[in-house]
Design a protein around this ligand. Structure first.
Ligand SMILES: NC(=O)NCCC(=O)O
Ligand SMILES: [Zn+2]
Ligand SMILES: [Zn+2]
Length: 485
């Protein structure tokens, strides 16, 4: 199938230019001005529009068994929702159940994800440390095409790992050329704060936020960074939500450490006041970890994206219906943690970022696609409008308006945390693998259209880290000893 996109402006993370884009059989084969249409090609007029690499959401949880229930968007509806909003690839977390092997979890995820309508890949979670974990990580990295390992420093008694486990796993990642990731919250302190609040009869959803102050995230982020440094490993910090965590990352980067930070679109635009809404369902719908923060933290996150100390904007799409949230009606600790956003990320970020001058269009592409592809080692196959790249593209109309509303969304949940936000800048067409997946409100992609994208290990930063450690290590001094008479 051949498609020519004519008359648009191609926006990449490093440059923009007026150019037509020619696609053949799912791959971009030419990017140049004045291309002529081959016989039989479908021609799309992109006049007045930007042509962006499709969004990549590096953090989702589709159909995840979590906190006693299963997240409501499965791979079919989660990826369809993604395509409606211009995202053409997701990276989901493969999380072994307690005692389950990584191989078994991987097989489960491959099975669940066969329904995906857009391309997808996985991160693997390390939830304990045994000899089997050590051995399985090699197969995961070298055979399963997963080069990222996630560690939860929170969820005590469930997914949480301790410092010893972190050090072991980070060291293993360094040896394999894989990238460790952390959910950075001090789970022991959260546990104690939760108990204290519940002991006072404080059961409402606002206590979710009160039990997870920015300090628990700042401390854990800093600790993970230092452990990664001692293990000779780079580090990716997921859902960086507050100034304290951002500053730990920025400090580490300024000291030459290879650390990446991922704010969520939710934390960039929504704040802690949401939990004080008198409607229990409204407040519970917004319960996620880390929680929404006091507004002042947003400035820090935006500044991080602008200055480059934070690299990626994700969603942590982990959607639960109102009814599922009511599992925690009498105890905020039982409210399933997670919100949606995969359908809205690009529109909200463009509106609040590009339209306000906080981000250039190129920076928008960097944080929603190109940087992610580079960090996850799939660039330039993904994340670029370039010859040889996959034809995952968004024809983006910067003048198009849309007010976000749960009634009109594709996601299966019955609310939207961005409800009522009036966006300017939205997709006209989403192309996935060289086919029109969504156009002007009509979803054309089908269940199963997506493909698993393997991501091999990428030892470059580990080699650089270990070379530098060796180069800068303290050396013994060879000296002649004084002759003592
Ligand atoms: N973030 C959240 O609240 N739920 C999903 C699991 C996680 O990423 O911590
Ligand atoms: Zn998390
Ligand atoms: Zn998550």
């Amino acid at each position: 199938m051949t498609i020519l996109i004519r008359g648009g402006t191609v926006i990449n993370h490093d440059h923009s230019r007026r150019a037509d884009v020619l696609i053949e059989d799912g791959t971009i084969v030419a990017v140049a001005e004045g291309l002529s249409a081959p016989a039989g090609a479908q021609v799309i007029d992109a006049g007045g529009c930007d042509i962006l690499p499709g969004g990549i959401d590096p953090h989702t949880h589709m159909e995840l068994m979590f906190m006693g229930t299963v997240s409501a968007d499965d791979f079919e509806w989660g990826t369809k929702a993604a395509l409606c909003g211009g995202t053409t690839m997701i990276v989901d977390f493969c999380i072994p159940a307690p005692g389950e092997s990584m191989l078994k979890a991987y097989q489960d995820w491959r099975h669940k994800s066969e329904k995906a309508a857009c391309d997808y890949s996985f991160h693997m979670a390390v939830t304990s440390w045994t000899k089997e974990t050590h051995d399985d990580m090699e197969a995961v990295a070298k055979t399963y095409g997963i080069n990222t390992f996630k560690h939860f420093m929170a969820y005590k008694g469930a997914l949480m790992v301790n410092d010893d486990e972190l050090f072991n796993s980070f060291s293993r990642c360094a040896a394999l050329g894989a990238l460790p990731m952390v959910h950075a919250e001090n789970g022991d302190v959260v546990f104690r704060l939760q108990e204290t609040l519940m002991g006072k009869g404080a059961t409402g959803p606002e206590n979710h936020a009160y039990s997870r102050p920015p300090e628990v995230e700042g401390e854990a982020t800093n600790r993970a960074i230092m452990i990664a440094d001692m293990a000779g490993s780079p580090l990716y910090v997921v859902h960086t939500s507050c100034r304290e965590a951002h500053e730990a990352i920025a400090r580490a980067r300024a000291a030459g450490k290879r650390v990446y930070g991922e704010p969520l679109i939710q934390h960039l635009v929504l704040d802690e006041d949401e939990y004080r809404n008198p409607d229990w369902d409204y407040a519970a719908a917004r319960v996620m970890s880390p929680p929404f923060r006091p507004r002042k933290h947003q400035d820090s996150l935006w500044a991080g994206l602008q200055s480059g100390s934070l690299q990626v904007v994700a969603t942590d799409h982990c959607s639960f219906t109102r009814e599922q949230k009511r599992l925690g009606l009498n105890d905020f600790r039982m409210i399933p943690n997670g919100t949606g956003g995969v359908e809205d990320r690009l529109l909200v970020l463009w509106t609040k970022g590009v339209n306000t001058g906080r981000l250039t269009k190129e920076e928008f592409v960097a944080v929603t696609s190109a940087n992610i592809a580079r960090i996850l080692n799939i660039y330039p196959r993904k994340g670029a409008v370039a010859v040889g790249s996959d034809a995952d593209l968004v024809i983006w109309d910067p003048a198009r308006t849309k007010t976000i509303s749960a009634k009109a969304q594709t996601s299966r949940i019955d609310y939207n945390v961005f409800e009522g936000i009036a966006c300017t800048g939205a997709p006209r067409i989403t192309l996935s693998g060289g086919r029109i997946a969504w156009q002007d409100g009509e979803l054309r992609a089908e269940k199963g259209d997506g493909q698993f994208i393997a991501r091999p290990p990428f030892p470059a930063s580990h080699v650089a880290n270990s070379t530098w450690k060796e180069f800068s290590a303290p050396r013994p001094v060879s000296r002649s000893m004084p002759v003592v008479p």
